[in-house]
Ligand binder design. Sequence first.
Ligand SMILES: [Zn+2]
Length: 171
Amino acid sequence: MHEDPLRQRLVKVLYPADPDEAETRTEAIWVLPIVGDENEGTGIILNDSVSGKARFQVGDIATWISASPATQKAEIVASRRTPFRTDGEFLSRERTQLAQGFHAENEALRMRRVKTMAVLCCEVCGNPGVGRLLPDEVWRAIIPAEHQSKVLCDSCIDRFEKAAREGARAA
Ligand SMILES: [Zn+2]
């Protein structure tokens, strides 16, 4: 079976559900980068947004940037409606040129917005990054009670996991 090269390049980016309210819920959406990559780029929105088509819909062009490429997903900073709606039209020449133009037009906006984006950091060690999700019962078993309600990075989770394992052996 052939893998579809288009599908392999899909990435997820984030955006605030309410564009006028930076502190609202964050949603994620699938995009196909035409210019750049998952950390900074411009491409095509591949599904309607969770909060409705008014925000984003299939075929829109969006440009995004990440405040901390190694540790968190990019956020959409601008988007535009297009007349294209179907899969077959996604990689048309016209569409590619539109994405390239939109990417260049919004360079300054991306640079400005990235400065105001919050870098999510671990609440124990202070390093940027949010660690993996664990099932609740595992989380409660390995993370000390005073840190259980905090956002932790992977290396802190690893450290607590190791300590819990060694504690269990010593007991
Ligand atoms: Zn940490």
